[in-house]
Structures are given as C-alpha cells and as structure tokens.
Design a protein around this ligand. Structure first.
Ligand code: NAD
Length: 417
C-alpha cells in the first residue's frame, strides 16, 4: 500500500530536535510505512542524512510533505507550513495549544488530524508515549549541568592537603519529573540537596533520592495534588506562607533550580527579587519554567542575567534541546509508540480509532474542526465569524476549503517539554 510518514526539518531556529531516529525509521518501515526525511532534519541532533538513509528512509525536501499520510514533528507546524499539507494528514507533535488559539484554528482549517503529544494521559499503557516525561527528565539533568557551568566554584566537598572546599548547597523547587532528575544529578555531582513541592507525594520521592524536603505542610498542601497527579494553583495565603519558609533557606543556597508548573496556567512565582538579592555573589538560579512566565523574578527567556549582587539567573529556552542528541532519540520513540497504536497491523495502514482514550485525549483537530474539549468552544466562535465548517463524516470527511486563518503567533510559546 505504501502510506508515507514524513519528518520535516524543524523551522524554529531554537529547535535542534528531530522527530525520528534511525531506530524509529526502521520500526516505521516495519509497520509498512514509506519514510521520507527532509534533508538536514537530524543534523542538529547529530543524525546525518546518511544514518537515516541507512535505516531505510528516503532523503527528501520540505515539499514532500504533500505526499504524507503522517507527519511527525517536534513543534506545531505554522500556517505557512500547513499550506503544503494534504487534507486529512495526521500530524503528531508538541502542539502547545494553550494561549495559541489562532494557531489551533489554523490546524483545523488546514484539515489535518493534529495530535498534541503533551496531552497524552499518564496511564501505564501510554508511559512509552509520555513526551513530557522524556523531555523534562533531560531538562532536569541539563539544568544542573548548566548551573554547574555557570557556578565558579566546585560542587562536591573536596578535602585536600591545601584545605577543604565546601559542598555546594542546591535547592530544587518543584519536584516533578524534571525536579527529581535535577535532585539526582546535583547529588551525583556532590551537592547537598534540598527540595520543595506543594504535592505531598513529592516528600517521599525527595527523601528516596537522599535530599531533604522542605514545605508548608498544611491542609491545603494535603489536597494540592489533582487526580491527574499535577499540582493545583495554590491560594495567595499558601503562597505567602511558602515564601516566608523558603526566603530564609534560599539566602543560604549556592544553586537554586526551579521547575514548578501548573498545567494550562502561568508558572507560579516562587523566587522574588528580594530573595535573589539575599543570595551570595556567584550563586546561580536556573529557571526551567521561564517559557511559561517563569518561577523567578528577573529571569529573562533566552538569557543569563547577572544581578547587581552578582547572582546569575539562567533562563535558557528549550532546555531539552540543549541535549538534543539524547532528547531526539527519546522523543522519536515516544512518537513511534503512539503512532503504532494508530495503525491496523494486518492491513498495514493508518486506522485512527476516534473512540480510543489516547486519541480522545490528544486529538486537537479533525475533519476541519477543533475537536479537543478544552478548545472546541473557542473554534465555534471563530468559524462563525469566518467560514462555516462542514461536519466531518466518519469515512469521507467533508472538509472545509483551506481559508485564510487569523494570523498565527507561530511557535514562540513553549513549555519545558
Ligand atoms: P509539572 O511539570 O506539571 O510541574 C513540576 C512540579 O512543580 C510538580 O511536581 C508540581 O507539583 C510542582 N509545583 C507546582 N506548583 C508549585 C508551587 N507553587 N510550589 C512548588 N512546586 C510546585 O509536573 P510533572 O513533572 O509533569 O509531574 C507531575 C506528576 O505526574 C508527578 O507526580 C509525576 O511523578 C507524575 N508523573 C506520572 C507519570 C505516569 O504515571 N506515567 C509520568 C510522569 C509524571
């Protein structure tokens, strides 16, 4: 049959990752797909075209997207890219839809079946597809490496004939996937590590990694974890208590790594300018939440800022992309694991079951409509003011013609994933 999977080169200058690896190309071929990789797609992840070719891919050009039944990407395609996509193409990427209504609308108007990998439910069956975990894990590691690189002292305690170097004190704020890996990495480098979170479950995990837990453990704390395992936005009162508790602690730290996020909300502000000012010269803060508004006052996306008192605030963008060669391999496997569930293995063809819970959770647009419940209402308004969409039929979707969508803000808003 020969259905085609296309993997483009990412257009965002800040995106070195790629959505396939030689390993997943082989696996895709095994599922019966023809695989086309845009020339240069893997270069920034240290995968040359030849490696993809050896694995069985055809090396192509951007325009080959027009042949694709499936497009695997890292970031959401923008309106210009979408013009070349065929109606009905399945597009699997980190779609970053929150706050990007116009871009989601553009996906619907392009008539593609867009899947948002970051909406994958955190259930056992989908663990191998969890891009948030695979990428946040590397971001947590890299945050400590970046902190160590900026920190102009040694991290481990060293007892030498010439005297003793004290161990660095590191404080990790937010202990989800990234925070746990940051704790483990900082411990391996010899730092004395403490950590905080608003979810009670984090307490034991922190202790199991040999770090000390510090948090305001009141009634609100006991109820801070949602059924999905994420944090809730805490009350002003809780935040004030948390700030009082952490202020004194932060003043004594050499390294602070912040990773706190709340799904669909701006990142909580955890470190104030006054706390930064209380730290010693040469201290380093890494704000992994900088792309979601930041946990640290004074953090600037994409910059390393040095404050008047000599504290460095690191606000690197796309931290998993700083370890792109590792991040791409894991990301590619996440995408493959999901795509495999969308394939009829006997017929060797794409067969998207819209009743499957993974599809329901991740599908953003389908048949010209925004179908995800978190965004569907918004589109109805937009369509009404522009062009009426025809309802999608199960077998032969009646897709609306591609129309000029409101200008997309592009892929500028990113999470740590
Ligand atoms: P996340 O990226 O949404 O947030 C990072 C951390 O910030 C979280 O631990 C959160 O509690 C914390 N946080 C939020 N507000 C805070 C505040 N005001 N102060 C301090 N900390 C704050 O989280 P994540 O890494 O996606 O992990 C969320 C949960 O999901 C964790 O319990 C994790 O173990 C779990 N998880 C489960 C699976 C699975 O079952 N397959 C996979 C990955 C993660």
């Amino acid at each position: 049959m020969g259905q085609t999977v296309f993997i483009p080169r990412e257009l965002d200058a800040n995106e070195p990752r790629v959505a396939a690896s030689p390993d997943t190309v082989k696996r895709l071929a095994g599922l019966g797909f023809d695989v086309i990789i845009e020339s240069g797609a893997g270069t920034a992840s240290r995968i040359p075209d030849e490696e993809f070719a050896k694995a069985g891919a055809v090396i192509g050009k951007a325009g080959d997207v027009a042949k694709a039944d499936v497009v695997l990407k890292v970031r959401r395609p923008d309106e210009t890219e979408l013009k070349a996509y065929r109606l009905g193409t399945a597009v699997i990427a980190i779609m970053d839809p929150y706050g990007n209504d116009a871009a989601v609308d553009a996906l619907a108007r392009a008539g593609v079946a867009a899947f948002s990998m970051e909406f994958m439910p955190r259930i056992t069956r989908a663990q191998s597809m969890d891009v948030l975990s695979s990428q946040a894990n590397l971001a947590g590691y890299q945050a400590v490496i970046d902190a160590a690189a900026e920190y102009d002292r040694a991290l481990p305690m060293m007892m030498t004939a010439a005297g003793t170097v004290p161990a660095a004190k590191a404080f990790v704020m937010g202990v989800g996937v990234a925070g746990l890996q940051a704790i483990a990495t900082a411990r391996r480098l010899g730092a004395v590590v403490t950590a905080t979170d608003v979810r009670p479950a984090a307490k034991e995990q922190v202790a199991s990694l040999g770090a000390k837990f510090l948090a305001v453990e009141d009634e609100e704390f006991k109820a801070a974890e949602t059924a999905g395992g994420y944090a809730k936005e805490m009350s002003k009162e809780y935040q004030a208590k948390q700030a009082t508790l952490t202020a004194e602690h932060i003043a004594k730290q050499d390294i602070v790594i912040t990773t706190a996020l709340i799904p669909g909300r701006p990142a909580p502000k955890l470190v104030s300018a006054a706390m930064v000012a209380s730290m010693k010269p040469g201290s380093v803060i890494v704000d992994l939440a900088v792309e979601r508004g930041g946990n640290v006052e004074g953090a600037v996306p994409g910059q390393v800022v040095t404050t008047a008192n000599g504290v460095k605030i690191v606000g690197h963008l796309n931290v998993p992309g700083r370890v792109a060669a590792s991040a791409s391999l894991l990301y590619a496997r996440n995408l493959f694991a999901f795509l495999e569930t969308l394939v009829d293995k006997t017929a060797k063809t794409l067969a998207i079951n819209r009743d499957d819970e993974l599809v329901k959770a991740t599908m953003l647009t389908d048949g010209g409509q925004i179908v995800h419940p978190a965004f569907a209402g918004k589109q109805a308004v937009m369509i009404a003011s522009a062009e009426p969409a025809k309802p999608a039929a199960a077998k032969n979707p009646a897709l609306p013609k591609k129309a000029a969508a409101p200008k997309s803000p592009g892929n500028k808003s990113k999470g740590i994933a």
